[in-house]
Design a protein around this ligand. Structure first.
Ligand code: CA
Length: 241
């Protein structure tokens, strides 16, 4: 963490907000607090971005779920950790579906909140570093459209959730369209494992991509096997199928 990490705490319980502010400042953050969604929106509209937002679900005006959904719809992808009052599965699901990156149930341990915020920042920094060399963050092939930055995958009308490794593999293929890529290269570049003894891992993941994206996974036209050599990604689709 750097000293410049700015945190926005959206919490209407004034004592809790003040306590959180004090503790996060002690941890080296620069902290703003907002007691309502309105105040939070005003602070977010200012130029300097926040590294993360701690967002209470129950607020006197717009609730945290709605606030987070609006934020994401407006293209703001600042990491959000949501504070929910009840440990209900539907609250957690709604929190994550509204675009929150993590959630914590009240009452919570301060140490845990700080650790979760730190972990979000680490993950974000890691993702930024990981996606930096990717020239195209948007890709289309066939009926598929992929936004690597937002981790959004769509095939026709259907949204898919891909794992990090599936996305990494897809990104590597996308960076090298039309080139035959060996399993060893994929293991080294995507899995970052050198001399990994078992290349079947690669085959399993290519099967997964085919199930996601091929009209007929048994007769692939995008993710082709090249006998004795590896795989080739053909974004325009191969005629021979
Ligand atoms: Ca509240």
């Amino acid at each position: 963490m750097t000293a410049a990490d700015r945190l926005l705490i959206v919490e209407d319980e004034r004592h809790l907000a003040a306590g959180l502010k004090l503790n996060f400042e002690f941890e080296g953050f620069v902290v703003d607090t907002a007691g309502t969604s309105r105040e939070a929106a005003a602070l977010l509209a200012r130029a300097e971005p926040y590294a993360a937002i701690v967002l209470d679900v129950s607020l006197p005006d717009t609730d945290g779920f709605t606030f987070c959904r609006r934020l994401r719809r407006a293209g703001n992808y600042t990491p959000v950790i949501m504070l929910t009052a009840r440990n209900l599965a539907e609250d957690r699901v709604e929190g994550l579906e509204s675009g929150a990156d993590d959630y914590l149930t009240k009452p919570f341990e301060l140490d845990e909140l700080i650790a979760r915020v730190r972990s979000l920042l680490r993950r974000r920094a890691w993702e930024a570093a990981r996606t930096a060399p990717t020239a195209a963050t948007l890709m289309r092939f066939g009926a598929a459209s992929i936004d690597f930055e937002r981790h959004e995958v769509q095939v026709g009308e259907q949204s898919l959730r891909l794992t990090h490794l599936e996305l990494d593999l897809l990104a590597y293929f996308a960076e090298h369209p039309g080139r035959v890529i060996s399993r060893e290269e994929l293991l080294e570049q995507v899995w970052k494992l050198r001399n990994y003894p078992n290349t079947r891992t690669v085959d399993n993941f290519v099967l997964r991509l085919r199930r996601h994206f091929e009209p007929d996974p048994a007769n692939p036209i995008y993710f082709l096997s090249i006998r004795g050599a590896g795989y080739k990604f053909v974004p325009e689709g191969s005629a021979q199928g």
